[in-house]
Design a protein around this ligand. Structure first.
Ligand SMILES: [Zn+2]
Length: 447
């Protein structure tokens, strides 16, 4: 009996067998497979095989043919404030500190209770699933309401245990923020789709004492630390005046610089700081669209890449982007890296796709579970149509995903093997409910 006959004698039951035109597994790097099928069983990727072998090896409960489409890991949004979808377009064309202090913080102090957070996050999750995003790393008040929304639509989320010094309707002071966040973490312990990170807001809103406490908690609980840092020149100048050092040096002295750190933005980094982040194994959440829109600048991504720093992409909140669209982030990141470094080889297409998936997963400590299509990982997937007339011809699917296609071409999204979006419609929430939620809060915010 030859090997294939032996295989066909004992087919394995699988839940779903997908036959796309191409598969980009991310691991191994730089590979595009054609004529392969991917099998899903119990929410996990069972394997990828050539079509003929797959048909002999696996007996599917359901099959899905996706001609003209590419299958890849779900995108990981490494930094967002999901609930701020309700503030999309509420304040534009202002620099960061005026945008925050004159528009965003006053609106949040009036409106950002648990209902706002739940409704805004529902809207955000639906938008993200529509665009092939399967995981988001969040930083916002009332993370329990964020968790409820993510669970409702079946999305994977990393919830930020936010800390900030000023009081809100959520918490009174930094210790209260941390205590409440840790209690919510206990409430959702063991949830297969939810995990947590510590989320001190920024060096200009968090005191030394709180940062030190967070460094200790991160070590004790093995949690990532997710913090905005070196977003604007203004932030660095203020730190020099107030603390005598730049924010990254301040965080280093307080024990936060290490492999658990996800530095969000890192727009203004000098060569010594890039060396430090590389040497200490820190991760970077690059948010190119938000940085452009707030006029913060352009992160030196080519140097970050050449130093071997792990990075992923974040949309930031919809109030400063104004889309939760990782296709937009991929394209902006790749184009800006090339333009700013005057090097067209910076951030090539496969490297861009890897950052948007595995890079984000690695920063969150989730790369053993998501971020690529290795057997045994969760079946967090998206399929993208590359056969539409508007984007023809297609010579290289990886190039097309980064430079041509948009989130509108995403046809299916799965989280842990469950279909959560198809044909442009989220599976767990109706479009009419999303429109009602957006309309209700538009009325509140304008009255
Ligand atoms: Zn942010």
């Amino acid at each position: 009996m030859n090997a294939l006959a032996a295989l066909s004698a004992n087919p394995v039951d699988v839940d779903l067998l997908i036959h796309p035109e191409w598969i980009i597994p991310i691991e191994p790097a730089g590979v595009t497979l054609s004529g392969h099928s991917l099998a899903v069983k119990d929410g996990l990727i069972l394997g990828l095989l050539p079509n003929k072998e797959a048909a002999q090896r696996w007996r599917p409960g359901q099959t899905l043919d996706l001609p003209g489409q590419v299958l890849m890991p779900g995108l990981v949004n490494l930094h967002t404030h999901a609930a701020m979808s309700l503030l999309r377009g509420y304040a534009d064309d202002l620099p960061l500190m005026r945008w925050l202090s004159e528009r965003i913080w006053p609106a949040e102090s009036r409106h950002a209770g648990p209902d706002f957070v739940r409704d805004g996050t529902l809207l955000a999750c639906a938008e993200m699933l529509r665009g092939g995003i399967t995981t988001f790393n969040d930083m916002y008040f009332f993370p329990g309401a964020v968790a409820a929304a993510a669970k409702r639509v079946g999305m994977r989320a990393v919830l930020g245990i936010i800390a900030i010094e000023f009081p809100t309707s959520y918490a009174a002071d930094a210790d209260d923020y941390l205590a409440k966040g840790l209690a919510i973490r206990d409430d959702f312990a063991g949830d297969p789709l939810l995990s947590f990170c510590l989320a001190p807001h920024a060096p200009y809103t968090v005191a030394d004492k709180t940062f030190s406490k967070i460094a200790t908690l991160a070590a004790q609980l093995e949690l990532p630390i997710h913090v905005h840092v070196h977003e604007t020149r203004h932030e660095i100048e203020d730190s020099l005046k107030q603390h005598g050092v730049r924010p990254i040096e301040r965080l280093r002295r307080l024990g936060l610089i290490g492999p658990q750190l996800i530095a969000v933005h890192g727009v203004h980094l000098d060569p010594g700081e890039i060396d430090l982040l590389a040497h200490e194994g820190c991760h970077l959440a690059h948010c190119p669209t938000s940085n452009l829109k707030l006029g913060s600048g352009i992160s030196p991504l080519s140097a970050i890449q050449s130093h071997g720093i792990n990075f992923g992409f974040g949309t930031d909140g919809a109030a400063s982007n104004n889309r939760l669209d990782m296709f937009q982030e991929m394209r902006h990141a790749a184009l800006l890296a090339k333009g700013a470094s005057q090097n067209p080889e910076a951030l090539a297409a496969h490297a861009t796709l890897a950052a948007a998936t595995l890079g984000g997963a690695r920063a969150l400590g989730l790369d053993g579970r998501i971020g690529s299509l290795l057997p045994g990982k969760a079946a967090d997937l998206c399929a993208v149509r590359l056969d539409e007339w508007l984007i023809q011809p297609c010579f290289d699917p990886a190039s097309h995903l980064v430079y041509v296609a948009g989130r509108e071409q995403v046809s299916h999204t799965w989280v842990a093997g469950k279909l959560v979006m198809s044909n442009g419609v989220p599976a767990q929430i109706g479009i009419s409910e999303l429109l009602d939620v957006a309309g209700l809060w538009h009325t509140h915010l304008t009255s």
